[in-house]
Design a protein around this ligand. Sequence first.
Ligand code: UTP
Length: 297
Amino acid sequence: MNPTPVRKAVIPAAGFGTRFLPTAKSIPKEMLPIIDTPTIQHVVEEAVESGITDILMVIGKSKRAIEEHFYPNLDLEAELREKGKTDELEKIQAISKLANIHYIWQQELNGLGDAVSYARNFVGNEPFALLLGDTLLGIPGECKPVTGQLIEIYKQYGQNVVALEPVAEDKVSRYGIAGGNWVSEGSAVLKVDTLIEKPYPNEAPSNLAIASRYIFRPEIFEYLERTPRGKNNEIQLTDAMVAMLEDHSMYGLQLAEKRYDIGNKLDFLKTNIEFALRREDVGPGLREYIKEIASQC
Ligand code: UTP
């Protein structure tokens, strides 16, 4: 099989981020740092390491900081050059060279499905990767990028692919859950035959939750166009995927990587601690501090 290569990615980042107010009122939650790097920079780097060259970010009001972050800042570059801060200079110059990044405004926040539908012209008739701008899968540099893993499966089957995270049985009702059959014994690839949004535990076909990374064939836009408003009066991406599954195949990859959802306060804190403990510059100091405060609180 030799399907059209996946070179485009869409990163929705327009959401209100109500779980992260008041910060998200003026600071995009996708720009929340993991130590010193905005979450969405890690997401873009994952796309680029997976072979993506062109990215469309769906943004909106209060999200301009995202655009600024990926544009060159010549004044800052001159300052760093003058002060001889070469490492910092190289780091910030690299950000604006990562990929061809384009932006579009989601005019009304009508949900994730609506945000994705803004990418129709950008995508054209090609397959594309979809990466949620507020979520990381695995620790960058320590695992193979998940988008790249999904692209490998797409290359094999030429069909839609989703990342699937095993979640605790009592938490299935928080997620879109996929059911199906493994393509072979011991494989981590599922041929998906059912998708259920937020099922009751006794109705869930598995404990495999759709996890913020997808490869779609361009036909997804036809299904999005026909998808009526669903839960929360929003256009739900999962509803369009359910309709698409009637006519097109879908595969799922059971992830070995952990999901870090930065838009959720507790996850944001845990992610920062976990990532920081692995770093040479701040890890040792933080480890000492955690021991100290854990014995006091
Ligand atoms: P979430 O489900 O986390 O929704 O979106 P949200 O509205 O941003 O956050 P809460 O629930 O109010 O706290 C997942 C991703 O989809 C984007 C978000 O920016 C986030 O990166 N999104 C969501 C959009 O781009 N547009 C939307 O209408 C909704």
